[in-house]
Design a protein around this ligand. Structure first.
Ligand code: SF4
Length: 377
């Protein structure tokens, strides 16, 4: 089983905290989409014989695409890959795009899961983040999606913003639970280089992130999740009724994925590659048959470290019984020795799985550090 990620690099406006690759110039949308379809055809052998069981359109803002543009992409995927009849097909969408009419159009496509970038239900947070939607649209987009028949929904929320008090964060979570959505991705606001937020903090126009408030809001989140019967299955991901994001889970379980579009990453088990982060260069290179990506072969130690980083962020952790199927005896021996000394207040070991305790998931990096191979050793 494998996944396909397709990066749609356009947004209406730049959110103040965002460092993803996107352009607000929509004039070259047609040529970029054409290059994306060409890349889909060019790389049809990348996944070998693997059955594609997840397709994820992210960005950027894929909900900016019309039904015709989306259908064309899906048709190209179906013509060139073997896609499971039960594939999870997710579209990232912004609330301001999700009118009833738009949702009815989306319902005509193979999309069966929406991940909606709500971030907050409060006007002041949304203005601070320079989001394109308002608080009313945050709610109506979800109600519209449910009415039109999308029942596999996820929303993103951000905590720790300078404008978000603890009471507002608690209220954001209450609204989420009241709306009856089965999946939540909750992230703390982080300051990424070269963003408007970083610039405003450096200029003293905005205060820096308050780590203590961030942690308090993480604890509020953990409590609310437990009270409402949700389960944390990854550091930033929560769901009810085991409605895990299959696509993101496959990243954390080290499965193969093909990344299409500017800035998209791919992984085939032995190497990673990443496409150029520039729409014009990407389109030109694809059209002229030139190289448009960089590639890194992974050593076994790289693979071991990546496996620790991704799996220890999840509730499944490291499957100790399968280590010898994934790694050579020397790596397995290293892992077994280090596991013996790892800080037991942070981890659980049961049923052959080494997991970071749910209240300590935000410290998973520390557990990884204790299990890593020090190349100087
Ligand atoms: S809509 Fe998403 S991708 Fe676009 S700028 Fe905002 S956070 Fe970034």
């Amino acid at each position: 089983m494998a996944g396909i990620y397709i990066h749609i690099p356009f947004c209406k406006q730049a959110c103040s905290y965002c460092d993803f690759h996107f352009s607000t110039k929509l004039t070259n949308k047609k040529s970029v989409l054409s290059a994306i379809e060409k890349e889909l055809k060019l790389r049809s052998n990348y996944l070998g014989q693997e059955l594609v069981d997840t397709i994820y359109l992210g960005g950027g803002t894929p909900s900016l695409l019309s039904e015709i543009e989306l259908q064309s992409i899906f048709q190209t995927v179906l013509n060139n890959y073997t896609v499971s009849d039960h594939a999870e097909i997710t579209l990232e969408a912004n609330p301001d795009d999700l009118t009833k009419v738009k949702l009815q159009e989306l319902k005509q496509t193979p999309i069966n899961r929406l991940s909606i970038g709500v971030q907050s239900f409060f006007e002041e947070d949304l203005r601070f983040m320079n989001r394109a939607h308002n608080a009313k649209e945050a709610v109506t987009s979800i109600q519209n999606a449910k009415e039109v028949g999308f029942d596999n929904l996820s929303i993103d929320l951000i905590f720790g913003s300078q404008t978000t008090s603890n009471e507002m964060w608690q209220r954001n979570l209450s609204i989420f639970f009241d709306l009856g959505i089965n999946h939540l991705s909750a992230y703390s606001l982080t300051v990424e280089e070269k963003t408007a937020l970083a610039h405003n903090i450096a200029k003293g126009k905005v205060e820096n992130i308050d780590d203590e408030k961030n942690y308090t809001q993480y604890l509020i989140l953990q409590n609310a999740i437990k009270e409402n019967g949700f389960e944390q299955y990854e550091l930033s991901n929560y769901c009810i009724d085991e409605s895990y994001s299959k696509h993101n889970t496959s990243y954390w379980q080290n499965k193969k994925y093909l990344g299409i579009g500017p800035s998209a990453h791919s992984f085939n088990g032995i190497s990673r590659q990443w496409n150029v982060k520039n729409n014009a260069l990407y389109t030109k290179a694809i059209n002229e048959g030139n190289s448009y990506f960089e590639k890194e072969e992974l050593s076994e130690i790289d693979r071991y470290h990546e496996y620790l980083i991704t799996s220890l962020r999840t509730k499944w952790g490291v499957d100790v019984s399968k280590m010898d199927m994934l790694f050579s005896p020397s790596i397995v021996e290293h892992f077994n020795t280090k596991m013996f000394f790892v800080d037991k207040s942070l981890v659980d070991l049961s049923h052959d799985n080494l997991t970071v305790k749910s209240d300590n998931l935000f410290q998973s990096d520390e557990v990884v550090r204790q299990l890593m191979i020090d190349l100087k050793e």
